[in-house]
Design a protein around this ligand. Structure first.
Ligand code: UDX
Ligand code: UDX
Length: 467
């Protein structure tokens, strides 16, 4: 009897908790949380916090965004997000509002996830985080804790605290922490629910204890948490993003070298990545990194370092390398094709990466820009991101279907690594296009399959297969 009881205790204490999924747990102490800024980061944060049991109000100044969310329509494309929003809305754990004031008044915990876009000088535009801070200061009706999740340059959290205090006319006590986000678009829900690590920068232990309690189900599921100072947390975020950007620029330049000497960059990356100190990820060469983070965060980091009389020369070099990446690979293609002028070119993919509708700093749009300047005729297709691309480029020539993009084209460029493009029937394409040149800037196609259908195949960091 005794041993059975012991076994049951072990099961209940050590094994069962890990078998439950995150959302099934009932939180001991669910919190009322306000999220200010319901974009790619804020909406995922709010939905996931609701999923693990909290009562979350997501607010935003964009009334169209909020009203579409209230209708259950998700304004961004993100795997699994629609179900999360729907399930938690019907369970009355997730709400949406444009009344930021009421949302702040009614909760003790506020997350700031408004945008920190790049300014013309390359610095982060902090107007939105400061206006959120002012709103919080003006509505400190009782003690609150503010967690900033927007990516902000070193020293900003203290400035946010000063803005809150400057508008805290009743001098109500409040705490602030910095909880940098590491989610990747396209996998943001799973990245949030199963992160490698959670980082929290604080000024006191009460704030880190509160944050730990808020994300406890994620920690129970195996994520590590690092509690550190606010300055170190700010540095961890920018240093992590910048290191990943350096890694990408590094493999892109190695790919260029591979092309010169007939090495295969994919085998080189595999050989490198088998060293645990290097790792396999972020060693895929391509047209350069894009998105709303790496380009702006590396620039903001460089600016922030310059202000402290530090020159981050390696990151600077990676940024310079990335800035000329599209032109460099297209020049190589142009040499092979002869000229772009007057050519009809199909560009496959508009999003900055697969599985997202985000086109911010998309290499695809840089490729299209370059081709148009060279007087080529471009027709593009993207399974998801077209509407967003048209907001940036209304004059884009969009193919309604994938195969329409190939009609009478002289050359094809794979610009975004959508899985859909690996399913293309190149025999059919050969019948409807005019030319016979495929430039796979993401190395996602099977070169021999493309060549056997009658095309010349050019990848990145690989020997071309000329027809
Ligand atoms: C952005 C940045 O890209 C990221 O680096 C930062 O860490 C968080 O903010 P993202 O979610 O992609 O992430 O931003 P975006 O999609 O632009 O969403 C920001 C939201 O904040 C928008 O919906 C905008 O309407 C809203 N917003 C902006 C406010 O609610 N209040 C403001 O004052 C300004
Ligand atoms: C990035 C960071 O990964 C994430 O941790 C942070 O929170 C936000 O910024 P994201 O920009 O959403 O996430 O996407 P990511 O998968 O990092 O890709 C960024 C860019 O690098 C994309 O243009 C992608 O195509 C490119 N990339 C990525 C490569 O060119 N090669 C690679 O091996 C990986």
């Amino acid at each position: 009897m005794q041993s059975q009881l012991l076994r049951l205790t072990v099961l209940l204490t050590f094994i069962l908790p890990n078998l439950q999924n995150l959302s099934a747990k009932e939180l001991e102490n669910p919190r009322a949380i306000t999220v200010i800024g319901t974009g790619y980061v804020g909406l995922v944060l709010g939905s996931c916090l609701a999923e693990i049991g909290h009562q979350v109000t997501c607010c935003d100044v964009d009334s169209r965004k909020i009203s579409s969310l209230e209708r259950g329509e998700i304004p961004i494309y993100e795997e699994g997000l629609e179900d999360l929003v729907h399930n938690n809305t019907i369970k009355n754990r997730l709400f949406f509002t444009t009344s930021l004031k009421n949302a702040v008044l009614e909760s003790d915990i506020i997350f700031i996830t408004v945008g920190t876009p790049e300014t013309l000088s390359g610095e982060a535009n902090l107007d939105y985080v400061f206006s959120a801070a002012q709103l919080i200061g003006e509505n400190l009706n009782r003690t609150k804790t503010v967690f900033v999740k927007s990516t902000v340059p070193m020293g900003t959290i203290i400035k946010i605290k000063e803005v809150i205090q400057a508008h805290n006319s009743a001098n109500v006590p409040f705490s602030i922490g910095y909880a940098p986000e590491f989610l990747r678009e396209g996998t943001s829900v799973s990245d949030f629910m199963h992160p490698d690590r959670v980082v929290i920068g604080v000024e006191n232990t009460e704030t880190s204890q509160l944050f730990t309690e808020i994300v406890q189900p994620i920690l129970d599921d195996g994520a590590k948490i690092l509690t550190t100072s606010i300055a170190s947390a700010e540095m961890i975020k920018y240093a992590s993003n910048s290191f990943l950007a350096v890694k990408i620029s590094f493999i892109n330049e190695i790919a260029d070298f591979c092309e010169k000497i007939g090495a295969d960059v994919e085998e080189v990356a595999l050989g490198m990545g088998l060293d645990k100190r290097i790792g396999q990820s972020f060693l895929k060469p391509g047209p350069g990194y894009g998105g709303s983070c790496f380009p702006k965060d590396t620039l903001a980091f460089l600016k922030s370092a310059d202000k402290n009389s530090i020159h981050l020369s390696i990151i600077d070099a990676a940024v310079q390398s990335n800035n000329t990446r599209c032109e460099k690979i297209l020049t190589r293609m142009e040499k092979t094709l002869g000229t772009f002028q007057g050519k009809k070119i199909a560009v496959l993919g508009l999003a900055f990466k697969e599985n997202t509708d985000d086109v911010r700093e998309s290499p695809s749009l840089k490729i299209i820009d370059y081709l148009v300047q060279k007087k080529a005729y471009v027709k593009s297709y993207d399974p998801i991101a077209t509407q967003n691309a048209l907001k940036f480029y209304p004059e884009l020539n969009i193919a309604r279907t994938l195969y329409e993009a190939f009609e009478d084209c002289d050359a094809i460029i794979v610009a975004t690594p959508w899985n859909l493009f690996t399913q293309i029937d190149w025999q059919i394409v050969k019948q409807i296009c005019r030319g016979s040149f495929v430039f796979d800037t993401r190395n996602i196609l099977c070169p021999m399959e493309v060549k056997n259908a009658g095309f010349s195949y050019m990848g990145i960091g690989k020997k071309p297969l000329m027809e």
